[in-house]
Write a protein that binds this ligand. Structure first.
Ligand code: COA
Length: 325
């Protein structure tokens, strides 16, 4: 059966580092509070680069590793909740800048679970035989939708992009199982409004729009632990494997305490979980792509290793991919 095999990954984060001490100069917080409650020490914040700029740089790196030319790409999917524009999509902008003239391109919105949703979507296009080479991107400039006066959210996030190229092949490196979930009933836990509905029929009654992230932190915290635990369990069942078969679990990089609790509830050693949130914070749809690229470049994964990628976020959404690298 045809599968998508990872033939290249890449990532890019803006050069500007914002430390916890920098934040303590902006809102009533401290390095001690942020570190102990989240595990985050610093994050990268765009000083002018757009989401498509970050996405393009990450994609260029993934493309270089893959050895493909841009013209060989059939499809570009970009997971993002912070596109440059409502239209064109970030994926179309990246397609143009790469010179990937033969690729279809679209964005996908699944918040911090976006990279997982995009990988699973790419795999469907490949396994049905429609496309051979798919570029999957997770890219965000979350700093644009943060309320920089709200200490309960602005300390958590960062900007960045991760990319991956999946190519049709037989053999190791493909998805052995996947799970996607949504729970729109809990959408109020994590929101960010778009532009208001104002037209000749509404007047300006709905004109007030605060385009910033609002979050019920403790509800999201509890949801995230359950989501990671359930998704790991379900994806292992689907693939007919057990935790002993898995070398690493790569969770969405939101909060170290969430991951510690999820490790406990899934009876998995914490050391199995890969973390880099200390350096980047929560980069939303980009976090799993950035971390996977880092793991591969550090030589932590060799062909044949099995890894679970697991995400959760706004929607609410969650999902996991069990991958043989
Ligand atoms: N610095 C200092 N104090 C802060 C603070 C900050 N950055 N943010 C909140 N506080 C304060 C609160 O105002 C509150 O003060 P009070 O007791 O005087 O009212 C106190 O710290 C405790 O707040 P609380 O919200 O109960 O803290 P918490 O232990 O739940 O931690 C989060 C807050 C946001 C770190 C935690 O809820 C969390 O990580 N939730 C999940 C968020 C997430 O990952 N979202 C993205 C998912 S994709």
């Amino acid at each position: 059966m045809r599968h998508g095999v990872i033939i290249g990954t890449g990532s890019y984060t803006p050069p500007h580092v914002m430390t916890n001490d920098d934040l303590a100069g902006m809102v009533d917080t401290s390095d001690e509070w942020i570190s102990s409650r989240t595990g985050i020490k610093e994050r990268r914040i765009s000083a002018g680069e757009s989401t498509s700029d970050l996405a393009y740089e990450a994609s260029l790196r993934a493309l270089k590793v893959s050895g493909l030319s841009p013209e060989e790409l059939d499809l570009i999917i970009c997971a993002t909740i912070t596109p440059d524009y409502f239209m064109p999509s970030v994926a179309c902008t990246v397609q143009d800048r790469l010179g990937a003239g033969n690729a279809a391109a679209f964005d996908l919105s699944a918040a911090c679970t976006g990279f997982i949703y995009a990988m699973v979507t790419a795999e469907q296009f490949i396994s049905t035989g429609m496309y051979n080479n798919v570029l999957v991107i997770g890219a965000e400039t979350i700093s644009r939708i943060l309320d920089w006066d709200d200490r309960s959210t602005c300390v958590l996030f960062g900007d960045g992009a991760g990319a991956m190229i999946l190519s049709a092949a037989e053999g190791p490196g493909h998805i052995l199982g996947s799970v996607l979930t949504s729970d729109g009933g809990k959408q109020d836990y994590l929101t960010c409004p778009a532009v208001s509905l104002v037209n000749p029929y509404t007047g300006d009654s709905n004109a007030k729009c605060d385009p910033h992230i609002k979050m019920q932190g403790q509800e999201v915290f509890k949801y995230a632990i359950r989501a990671i635990t359930d998704c790991i369990d379900r994806v292992l069942n689907k693939a007919g494997l057990s935790l002993q078969d898995i070398k690493y679990i790569l969770p969405h990089q939101a909060n170290k305490r969430i991951i510690e609790q999820a490790a406990k509830f899934s009876n998995s050693p914490f050391e199995k979980f890969y973390l880099n949130l200390e350096d980047y914070g929560n980069t939303s749809a980009a976090s799993i792509g950035i971390a996977l690229d880092e793991m591969i470049r550090e030589g932590l994964l060799i062909r044949g290793d099995k890894i679970i990628l697991v995400g959760f976020g706004g929607g609410l959404t969650s999902g996991a991919v069990l991958l043989e690298y």
